[in-house]
Design a protein around this ligand. Structure first.
Ligand SMILES: [Zn+2]
Length: 157
């Protein structure tokens, strides 16, 4: 197992840190304190990384999302890259029903997902479309999760 993982677009995490733009912070509270320390999509913690994770706008500006604290969450590179500006996805198990993604401001992680060994398993249709779109169980992410668990650094609370 390698300790250096490639990012979702083939680059290293450090190259993605340069390429992903960050929205301006709404005030001096900063996104590196309190509520922003928890990565709420895949439960990977910022604390074990040498570089800062990007800030996700839960509702992107193109959907009239605002750059305000209530709409910002710390996100790992994988989740941030795969989610992009998406708010929903088609569920293949229900005839491609359009389902809103997991919203860390509205939903409780354990209501929609469970950690099963190295895999994040969906418990609901919301969990299923989110897990699919954000590729929670892609081989690279499973490998990373295995490493983080071995370092006692996963899952974050
Ligand atoms: Zn993530």
């Amino acid at each position: 197992m390698s300790s250096r993982l490639s990012g979702p677009f083939g680059g290293s995490h450090s190259s993605l840190a340069v390429s992903i733009p960050r929205p301006p912070l709404p005030d001096n509270s900063g996104c590196r304190t309190s509520i922003y320390r928890k990565i709420e999509y895949c439960r990977t913690a910022q604390g074990v990384r040498a570089i800062d994770f990007p800030i996700d706008q839960i509702i992107a500006e193109k959907h009239n999302g605002q750059t305000v604290t209530d709409n910002l969450r710390l996100s790992c590179y994988w989740c941030n890259s795969f989610k992009g500006s998406d708010l929903s996805s088609a569920d293949w198990a229900t005839n491609r029903q359009i389902v809103p993604l997991f919203n860390p401001r509205q939903h409780i992680w354990h209501d929609h997902f469970k950690l099963d060994g190295l895999s994040i398993q969906p418990l609901t249709i919301t969990g299923r479309v989110t897990s699919f779109l954000l590729r929670f169980n892609a081989p690279e992410r499973i490998e990373e999760r295995e490493l983080l668990i071995s370092l006692n650094a996963y899952p974050c609370a």
